[in-house]
Design a protein around this ligand. Structure first.
Ligand SMILES: *Cc1c(COP(=O)(O)O)cnc(C)c1O
Length: 394
């Protein structure tokens, strides 16, 4: 009760008041005109967010459901896909592909690094049977941003679909689907979109739609062509997640009334704030080069238990961060700065990290880590808006 609860987790993320109030709206019926009107308005907004002319399907599931829908809708058993495996969520692509009966070949990328377009080019050249590349825009388990724009340069000239899990990237860093040439872009509600968990969004390119039409869907629930036919009527195939769609209209209004470019610039500035702050604390960045804009992963000094640091930050300071997964358990801390998170939340996070680190037996670093972080934040925001955003792997 002494502190505000601050979710600096990589989903779920804090909810803006306007979104919470929209979620409190009375229930309306999902087959009636009022709901259809909301669906049509949301559809226009979603196309701006995704940077696409085509439909963006709302699916009633968590993000993994949309990953499942993509794999089962776009590929038939026996087809071969290339998986970019540089973390937990890359591994999830492989597991879903294998469940669908696909042959999955992987490029194993060291955790903390991005895949190189050259490695993907070699893999595609070496095996013309590959029909899809499955990748994360932002690999949330490591905090890495993969170069999907460059990967699309390789896939769009081949008979290979580029399927991008943008769950921790959409609304956080630029990913204009049509301009870049992605074939599938999907996301979930509980990260950049500032909504509760439970809604996923998925869009396809025209050639991916052709593939989806020619592929018998692998499951009853997810049927992309049937969902598309419903979306055109302001409907979903089964009962719609009504409240989440109502909340989505409000969260998209918030994002778009600011404009996407300022949102991405704010995310970039928060990333600079976090990275500068933890570095001033004497900590090492887990993703030194190709880093995501919604999450910062930090290595802990030897002898310090990361789970303990995360526990202390929550208990003593009300700041919830994430630990590492798999072999990174206890060894890294992941600071989410996605969605309805601002500079003051990140300062609270840095302070909670510093104090918890010290309590857990680590060192304390520079005393002016907050000032250094803030200086980096303001410097990032002061960049002339005419200057292109510094995509880290450009
Ligand atoms: C959070 C996340 C997922 C999993 O989403 P769920 O909503 O938990 O199913 C998948 N991929 C990435 C990149 C994520 O960040």
């Amino acid at each position: 009760m002494l502190n505000k609860v601050r979710l600096l987790t990589p989903g779920p993320t804090p909810l803006p008041e306007r979104v919470r109030l929209a979620l409190a709206h009375d229930m309306i019926h999902h087959r009636k005109s009022e709901f259809k009107a909301i669906m049509h308005r949301v559809q226009e907004q979603l196309r701006v967010l995704f940077g696409t002319q085509g439909p963006v399907l709302p699916l009633s599931c968590s993000g993994t459901g949309a990953m499942t829908a993509a794999v089962h809708g776009l590929f038939a058993p026996g087809e071969k896909v290339l998986v970019i495996e540089g973390g937990k969520f890359g591994q999830r692509w492989r597991a879903i592909a294998e469940q669908r009966g696909l042959t999955a070949v992987s490029i194993e990328v060291p955790w903390g690094q991005a895949v190189t377009p050259e490695a993907v080019r070699q893999a595609l050249d070496a095996d013309p049977a590959i029909r899809g590349v499955l990748v994360q825009l932002s690999e949330t388990s490591t905090g890495v941003l993969h170069p999907v724009q460059a990967l699309a340069q390789l896939t769009r000239s081949r008979d290979v679909l580029l399927v991008v899990d943008g769950i921790s990237g959409v609304g956080l860093s630029p990913c204009p689907m049509d301009e870049w040439g992605l074939d599938c872009l999907l996301t979930g509600s509980q990260k950049g979109l500032m909504l509760p968990p439970g809604l996923a969004l998925l869009a396809l390119s025209p050639r991916a739609w052709s593939k989806a039409e020619a592929t018998a869907s692998g499951c009853f629930y997810f049927n992309l062509p049937k969902e598309r036919a419903n979306v055109e009527k302001g409907q979903t195939l089964f009962t719609s997640p009504v409240s989440l769609i109502v909340g989505l209209e409000e969260s998209l209004k918030l994002l778009l009334e600011n404009g996407l470019d300022p949102i991405y610039r704010k995310q970039w500035a928060l990333t600079m704030l976090t990275r500068t702050g933890v570095t001033a604390l004497g900590l090492e960045l887990f993703a030194p080069q190709d880093f995501a804009w919604g999450i910062t992963s930090v290595r802990l000094p030897a002898g310090v238990d990361g789970n303990e640091v995360v526990r202390l930050a929550a208990e003593r300071h009300g700041v919830y961060m994430a630990g590492g997964q798999d072999h990174l358990k206890g060894r890294i801390v992941r600071i989410g700065h996605m969605g309805w998170v601002d500079w003051a939340d990140v300062l609270a996070g840095l302070h909670a990290l510093a104090a918890s680190l010290q309590e857990a037996g680590g060192h304390s670093g520079s005393r002016d880590y907050l000032e250094q972080g803030l200086a980096a934040y303001h410097a990032a925001l002061a960049v002339d808006p005419g200057t292109p955003l510094p995509l880290t792997h450009a």
